[in-house]
Design a protein around this ligand. Sequence first.
Ligand code: ZN
Length: 192
Amino acid sequence: MNGTQERTEAVLTRLGALRTGHFRLTSGQHSDRYMQCAALFEHPEESAELCGALARLFGDERIDVVAGPALGGVIMAYEVARALGVRNVFAERENGRMTLRRGFHVKPGERVLVVEDVVTTGGSVKEVVELLRAAGAVVVGVGSVVDRSGGTADFGVPFRPLMAMEAQRWEEADCPLCRDGVAVVKPGSRQV
Ligand code: ZN
């Protein structure tokens, strides 16, 4: 990825969006890395830089619209759309289903790029892809700041993340960092 991975990792680390240490995740598992992409979008200048880099990865795709799932994809879709000079919409859940509300729409044949800040299982992104296809749009690709799917995310269209995040995860009982007596941090709490 010719330096994009390194540059993205450096920016996210500097902003505290990507951290290395000993973390207790929401799932209860422990990990040696933690990602909170909101810490990127807290900073408009760096957001513009990374979203601009992502836009360039799709620069030849003649995109008409950038779409993202709420909440993680809202600011990102806006920023990528601005870099490409195209429209931006976001999808959100209504009665459990991803949908375009607020008068957002895509026209049949429009070429849409779907973006999400962090792709883990890619479930929300898949729903947005299906929603757009049902509306007759052409989904030309999926972009993300971080791919933490371990390369397993498959949307049936080109998927281009700025960086792949490798993280170890353990059940608490098996955690080598606990065994070494490293203090565990619960991200998002005040101790961080
Ligand atoms: Zn631990």
